[in-house]
Design a protein around this ligand. Structure first.
Ligand code: WT7
Length: 582
């Protein structure tokens, strides 16, 4: 597993088969992510190597080897199969970053089922729409979160099993099932489902401007993209102690908080406790973290607490830093270089849909602070003219970020929404099916972001091409927030947009119009906030509600969020002539 090799050389000599060589994987071997990340690592003589170093709230901690990972994921697999779960069934994991999340993730894949990780902070409504959409058959959760499941259960006819993996079995209600992974009879060798490259693996829900969130479906073949980028971009090596700060409710936490690193047999740390800068530095010091993958929001929060705090800790174990999720400010890159002994955060760009890193500051390549870097070897990336959708050749011109289909970790469909999948490809035939689209090299997959490319081939992020709000690296669809708001008796119409925030880049702001008979007041605002709090995740909660007489709309009646957004950002509002004033 050598990471030596220049970017240019690697681009020139690239083939995805190199990923197989990196894992020493031979054609005909079992392609199952659950098994590759545990059983296979053990089979290579690393069974007693630490796989997971875990710390939770209140000083709780635990360590697990790859042997443990194998046995405990086998336990989940055995139990779920016993419960009648079958290949292709959607099984949701809804818990904090506790060890059972990681074991069950691999266990679900081992039986060929589809794992649907959902962020544990989701409120009932966010949870319900995603479970209903996926027709999820079982949910694995904890005492802390099962209450939310109880409230929506009767509206989810497909949800056959509710499994609680901690606490006291006597406290369960109805047909809820208790499962204690440590007490389950150890299965040394599990009969893993014979998945192949196109067997569905992970279903991540992601938000767009309109409609409910969509389920981006991945397949076991994604592992090649995740393993090779973890090796080449995150620079993971056998003796690293790696920390990915993301929650597996989001794609970073699965692609690079589970699959990439463990497929390479790398030791990972997980910190399941609230953020403070001191706690994070302590965690790096105590565990001798060498590679750290985090997000701009966190880096900005660390910056706020200053460089003096950093000096109180021994962070000399750090070797490589990377970031994802939002634009990484040039100041953050420069600051990290100053306070972490010359180490600069390497920005990486990708999406739930791409499954793995697409554009990045490659180790060894000169970093231009503020740029996302260059496409990963084997990835053909471009920016397309906003109108004609032709690739732009002029350096510095802003267009749509687009990729040629066909990379291994590309999503295979939006769950049951071939129409939306198709709409992401420029030049697609109207009746083209997902399987044709994802392999058609004459098409472009469009990410929904805008960027420019400079004369050296570096990509510079400009902004989203839609109304999706990126708050602290998490995408929030305005539709979900607006739907929750208009359920309140006083609200006639609502529009949610991002407003600037020092740490989170954007936070949600809602504009509302009231129904006749209601008057704006602080009391009403409080009442509205309390009303939606239970429905949404804390991320999606508006930080501010502004009452307006009317919302800006197009002639066809669509709310023009970009107008409200521009006002918040103090930007040019643009041409309003297409708006109606009705
Ligand atoms: C969207 C994808 C993929 C990891 C987590 C987010 C934005 C992502 C960057 C970056 C500027 C970025 C884009 C993208 N984004 N990385 N380095 N610079 N923006 O996954 O929830 O699917 O969000 O996050 O807007 O489309 P996601």
């Amino acid at each position: 597993m050598s990471n030596i090799g220049s970017y240019e050389e690697r681009v020139k000599n690239f083939s995805w088969d190199i990923a197989k060589e990196v894992l020493d994987w031979k054609d005909g071997e079992l392609l199952n992510i659950g098994a590759i990340c545990s059983d296979r690592v053990c089979g290579m003589g690393k069974g007693s190597k630490p796989a997971l170093i875990w710390e939770g709230f209140g000083g709780r901690s635990a360590r697990y080897t790859f042997d443990d990972l194998k046995v405990y994921s086998n336990a989940f697999a055995g139990f779920l199969r016993e419960q009648g779960m079958e290949p292709g069934d959607r099984i949701c994991i809804f818990m904090d970053k506790i060890p059972s999340l990681y074991f069950s993730f691999l266990g679900i894949l081992k039986i060929g089922a589809i794992v649907q990780p959902l962020f544990s902070a989701f409120g009932e409504e966010s949870l319900e729409v995603r479970l209903a959409s996926a027709e999820t058959k079982a949910i694995l959760t904890t005492v802390k979160h099962v209450k939310k499941v109880r409230k929506i259960r009767e509206r989810l006819p497909h949800l056959e099993k509710v499994v609680v993996v901690d606490g006291n079995p006597d406290r369960l209600k109805g047909d809820e099932i208790f499962f204690d992974v440590e007490k389950y009879p150890a299965i040394k060798e599990f009969d893993v489902y014979r998945s192949d490259s196109e067997t569905p693996s992970v279903l991540h829900y992601t938000s767009g401007t309109t409609g409910q969130p969509k389920g981006a479906l991945h397949v076991h073949n994604s592992i090649w993209g995740q393993a090779l980028t973890a090796n080449w971009v995150l620079d993971l090596r056998d003796d690293d102690i790696y920390w990915c700060t993301a929650d597996p409710g989001w794609v970073t936490g699965t692609s690079y908080g589970i699959i990439g690193p463990w497929s390479l047999g790398v030791t990972q740390c997980v910190l399941d406790s609230g953020f403070t800068s001191a706690r994070w530095y302590q965690f790096i010091q105590d565990n001798k973290v060498s590679v750290w993958y985090s997000a701009p929001t966190a880096i900005r929060a660390l910056m706020k607490d200053g460089g003096e705090l950093v000096k109180k800790y021994d962070l000399s174990s750090l070797r490589h830093l990377a970031s994802v999720g939002e634009p990484l400010n040039p100041e953050a890159v420069i600051w990290s270089g100053e306070v972490f002994g010359g180490l600069k955060f390497h920005d990486t760009f990708w999406q739930t849909e791409t499954g793995a890193i697409m554009i990045s500051n490659y180790p060894g390549m000169e970093i231009k602070p503020g740029s996302m870097g260059k496409p990963f070897p084997g990835i053909e990336a471009s920016v397309l003219d906003l109108e004609t959708h032709e690739p732009l050749t002029e350096p510095g011109k802003v267009g749509l970020i687009a990729f040629r289909p066909g990379w291994p970790s590309m999503f295979r469909q939006y769950w049951k929404r071939p129409d939306i999948y198709r709409s992401k490809f420029v030049g697609a035939r109207e009746d083209a099916m997902p399987d044709e689209l994802r392999t058609d090299k004459s098409l472009w997959y469009v990410s929904g972001d805008r960027a420019s490319i400079d004369a050296d081939g570096y990509f510079w992020f400009v902004g989203r091409d839609d109304d999706v709000i990126n708050t602290g690296g998490h995408l929030v669809g305005p539709f979900e927030i607006e739907s929750a708001l208009v359920e309140h008796e006083a609200i006639a119409e609502a529009a949610a947009v991002g407003k600037p925030d020092k740490v989170n880049m954007e936070v949600v702001k809602a504009f509302v119009t009231l129904k006749p008979g209601y008057e704006p007041s602080e009391e009403l605002e409080l009442d509205i906030m309390n009303f939606i709090r239970k429905k949404l995740s804390p991320l999606a909660m508006p930080q501010e509600i502004e009452y307006v007489e009317k919302l800006p709309k197009t002639r066809s009646g669509k709310i023009v969020r970009r107008y409200l957004r521009a006002l918040e950002w103090g930007e040019e509002v643009g041409d309003l002539s297409t708006l109606s004033d009705e």
